[in-house]
Design a protein. Structure first.
Length: 228
């Protein structure tokens, strides 16, 4: 996906598996870019931009997931749990053996419930047909995480989760370099490469890190940009 900001000379290509480090040393522009990524408003954003795929302009709605606080990761992204349930059902039901075993367990549960209802005077029945997604939702089956774990571990787990739900937008981390050692950052970028995620690091200062993965673009205080 190509991203073009009004007033900036260069266009930026965001590709899956190739992290894009967007370093902006000018604090005013940095703040405006954060607002623009957060709003998903394209040409109507504080810092207007357009998005392109295969030379066709695309709607910016829901294209960016801005993560401004790495200690409060958006695990409950809209529709994420439902997406996981759909993927699990699809994978499990690829096996005829697993599908039959699950259906047999469901039939057994329903039978026991009906047997228990015989003690009542009225007739009782299930109001909806059973399916695995509904079962997973009822028992809140979702990603397991612990905010008390080391930051890098949670970040790696979060990227894995984003890959599992097949999020189609672009992840934008704000000042991630401030919280990770260079070796930790390299490990995280390596993981995003392995998962094939479109990842942007929006940074006010990269501490002179050397990035072996991805693309590094810097805009200085005078708003002059260059690939580093």
């Amino acid at each position: 996906m190509k991203m073009v900001f009004q007033g900036l000379e260069d266009a930026f290509l965001i590709e899956r598996g190739i992290p894009f480090v967007f370093e902006v040393n000018n604090p005013v522009l940095f703040a405006r870019l954060c607002q623009s990524f957060e709003g998903n408003e394209g040409e109507f954003a504080v810092e207007p931009y357009t998005l392109w795929e295969d030379d066709e302009r695309v709607n910016p709605k829901d294209k960016f997931l801005l993560i401004a606080n790495v200690f409060d990761l958006p695990w409950d992204t809209r529709g994420s749990a439902s997406a996981v349930h759909k993927q699990i059902e699809s994978i499990l039901f690829e096996s005829e053996e697993i599908r039959l075993a699950i259906e047999q367990l469901n039939a057994s549960i329903r039978k026991r419930c009906f047997e228990g209802s015989y003690a009542f005077h009225a007739d009782y029945a299930f109001g909806e047909e059973w399916d695995l997604k509904r079962y997973l939702k009822a028992f809140a089956f979702d990603v397991d995480y612990n905010k008390e774990e080391p930051l890098l571990d949670n970040l790696i787990k979060f990227l894995s989760y984003i890959a599992d739900i097949r999020f189609r937008g672009i992840l934008v981390f704000v000042n991630l370099c401030s919280f990770l050692a260079e070796s930790e950052l390299e490990e995280l970028l390596e993981h995003s490469f392995f998962l094939g995620l479109p990842l942007v690091l929006l940074e006010s200062d990269t501490k002179s890190y050397q990035f072996s993965r991805g693309v590094h673009y810097r805009i200085d205080q005078e708003l002059l940009g260059e690939y580093v």
